[in-house]
Design a binder for this molecule. Structure first.
Ligand code: KIV
Ligand code: NA
Length: 265
C-alpha cells in the first residue's frame, strides 16, 4: 500500500474521510496497527507513562524517544509516523526546536514531528516547517504543561474557548499540517474544525473533528490504571496476557509445560 503523506490528511478533510491514529512505542504494535490500516502512528512522549515508568511526560528526553521512534518508523510500510518532541526540546526557541526536529528526522526515519502549544509555539512551528519538516500541532490540554494548567483539566471552556480558537489559528498560520485537540468540549472542537482548513485530530474532543487519536495502551486495555472518560476500550489485552501468564506459571509448577513436543531429541 502507498504511504500516507501529509497531503492525504488534507485530502481526507476535504473529502470528509476520517483519519485514524494510535500511539505506538515498539515495532510489534507498529506492525499490527500499520497492517490494520491506521493512518498515522504517534511515538508519543506518553511513552514516559506507558514504557519508561514515569508519572508524567516531563522527564522524557529526546535520547529516550529516538530508539522507540526508529523502531516504529522501520516497522511500517503505510502509516505516517509522527515523532513527539519532549518537554525541554523546543520551548527555548525556534533554533532549538529545529535542531530537535532535525535529529528526529535524521536518526529515526519519522515523517513528521509534533510539539505542544498554540500561539506560544508559533515561531517554533514556522521555523521547522520552513526547513521542510511537517509539523503536527497539539493544543487544548497539553500534558507537558500539566503543572502550569493545574492538573488534567478540560481546556476551551468558557473564556478558554476564545484562547483555543486563537491557538488553532496560530498553528495553522505557522504552517502545521494538522492539529491535535486534546480534552476540549465537543462543541468547541467542532467550531475549530469548521474554521480551520487543516485537519483537526481529536483525543477527547468529541465526534465533530477530522480524525481521532488514542493512546494504544488505553484503547486496548493494557494498563490497570485509570483510563480517561473519552476512551473506548476496544479490547482487554491486559486480562488476556494476565490469564496466559498465570496458566504458564501453573503449567511449569505442575510439569504440564514443557510437553514432549517442546523438547529436542
Ligand atoms: O504523547 C501522546 O500520546 C500524545 C497524545 C495523547 C496526543 O501527545
Ligand atoms: Na505527547
Amino acid at each position: 500500500p502507498k504511504r500516507v503523506r501529509t497531503r492525504h490528511f488534507q485530502n481526507a478533510k476535504e473529502q470528509g474521510i476520517s483519519i485514524t491514529g494510535l500511539t505506538s512505542y515498539d515495532q510489534l504494535t507498529a506492525r499490527i496497527f500499520d497492517q490494520a490500516g491506521i493512518d498515522f502512528l504517534l511515538v508519543g512522549d506518553s511513552a514516559g507513562n506507558n514504557v519508561l515508568g514515569y508519572d508524567t511526560t516531563l522527564p522524557v528526553t529526546v535520547d529516550q524517544l529516538i530508539p522507540l521512534t526508529r523502531a516504529v518508523a522501520q516497522a511500517v510500510t503505510r502509516a505516517l509516523v509522527v515523532a513527539d518532541m519532549p518537554f525541554g526540546s523546543y520551548e527555548v526557541g525556534p533554533e532549538d526546536a529545529l535542531h530537535t526536529a532535525i535529529r528526529f528526522m535524521k536518526e529515526t526515519g519519522a515523517h513528521a514531528v509534533k510539539l505542544e502549544g498554540g500561539m506560544r509555539s508559533h515561531k517554533q512551528i514556522k521555523r521547522i516547517v520552513q526547513a521542510g519538516i511537517p509539523v503536527m500541532a497539539h493544543i487544548g490540554f497539553t500534558p507537558q504543561s500539566e503543572h502550569g494548567l493545574g492538573g488534567h483539566i478540560i481546556q476551551g471552556r468558557g473564556a478558554g474557548a476564545e484562547q483555543l480558537l486563537e491557538d488553532a489559528h496560530a498553528v495553522q498560520d505557522a504552517g502545521a499540517f494538522a492539529v491535535v485537540l486534546e480534552m476540549v468540549p465537543a462543541a468547541i472542537a467542532a467550531k475549530v474544525t469548521e474554521q480551520l482548513s487543516i485537519p483537526t485530530i481529536g483525543v477527547g474532543a468529541g465526534p465533530d473533528v477530522d480524525g481521532q487519536l488514542l493512546v494504544w495502551t488505553d484503547f486496548a486495555g493494557m494498563s490497570d490504571g485509570r483510563v480517561p472518560k473519552f476512551v473506548r476500550q476496544y479490547a482487554n489485552v491486559r486480562s488476556v496476557l494476565f490469564e496466559a501468564v498465570t496458566q504458564y506459571r501453573q503449567d511449569v509448577a505442575s510439569g504440564a509445560y514443557p510437553a514432549p513436543e517442546h523438547s529436542y531429541e
